[in-house]
Design a protein around this ligand. Structure first.
Ligand code: GLP
Length: 261
């Protein structure tokens, strides 16, 4: 795992977008794993800009989103399909047939989860996975106690997550209680992942995930098992990290990061 510090939310999101753009240019057939949430909105804004101004080409890319609520139609303004269309897909030249999210309306949810895994496999696995972190320490909707080897499945949301997502639904009682999510095991098998974390409200949980022990109580801590995981944090989110000087040194000195200064 490596941690990269950026001065603020904007710089952190811009860096994530530049890494995505670099990988898309290097491999136009990139299989991209996508995430939702407020934090990601900035990243998608940057990618849309790069498409419009620098001709970043998504026409051959395939995408797989981490998760989707159970019981929402794709047209529902709170569905993650709607979020992705709104923030990214409709503004870039990606073929909608190449964009995949779990179907939270499937009659047989377990079969839907199995076929989502099979589809990822058929495309050769995910090359680059974007991740945010929930206040409960989750990645995707892998709530506390998610098995570290879990696969795509239905998960019940914790009270913390229901509360975090309540404003979008006009109250906690309207938030769906369950979601389909890639498992921790599914996420760990991606070739590279980028975890973007900004804001002081995430400072405590990201310190536990990055510098604490691996525990299913904080599913993001399982990323310590990932062979190539980069955590990009802004100064607010980095407040509780102990090894900040080391992380700064890496970004400023390691050859891999020179093009991103
Ligand atoms: C939801 C999503 C997560 C996301 C999290 C953080 O729970 N399922 O994938 O990481 O929200 O959201 P935000 O960026 O709004 O804090």
């Amino acid at each position: 795992m490596e941690v990269i510090l950026q001065p603020n939310q904007e710089a952190a999101a811009a860096l994530v977008a530049r890494i995505v753009a670099h990988d898309v240019r290097a491999n136009p057939h990139l299989v991209l794993g996508l995430a939702t949430g407020k934090t990601m909105e900035r990243v998608y804004r940057h990618l849309v800009c790069m498409h419009q101004q620098e001709h970043l080409d998504f026409s051959l890319c395939t995408t797989f989103n981490l998760d989707e609520y159970v019981g929402l139609f794709p047209s529902d303004p709170n569905s993650y399909r709607h979020y992705m269309n709104h923030h990214l897909f409709r503004h870039v030249n990606i073929d909608p047939r190449n964009t995949h999210l779990p179907n939270g309306m499937a009659a047989d949810l377990d079969a839907e989860c199995r076929s989502y895994e099979a589809l990822i496999h058929r495309f050769g696995g995910i090359d680059l996975q974007l991740l945010g972190i929930g206040k409960a320490g989750h990645i995707g909707f892998n709530e506390p106690l998610s098995a570290l080897r879990s696969r795509t499945r239905v998960k019940a949301l914790t009270p913390t997550t229901l509360k975090q997502n309540a404003p979008f639904f006009g109250g906690e009682e309207h938030v769906p209680r369950r979601a389909i999510t890639m498992g921790v095991g599914t996420i760990i098998e991606t070739r590279r992942c980028l975890l973007l974390v900004t804001g002081e409200s995430k400072a405590e949980v990201i310190a536990r995930a990055v510098e604490g022990p691996i525990t299913s109580m904080v599913s993001a801590s399982a990323l310590q098992l990932h062979p190539r995981c980069t955590v990009i944090v802004d100064e607010d989110a980095a407040a509780n990290l102990k090894e900040k000087e080391y992380y700064r040194w890496i970004f400023e000195n390691e050859p891999e990061w020179q093009d991103y200064q």
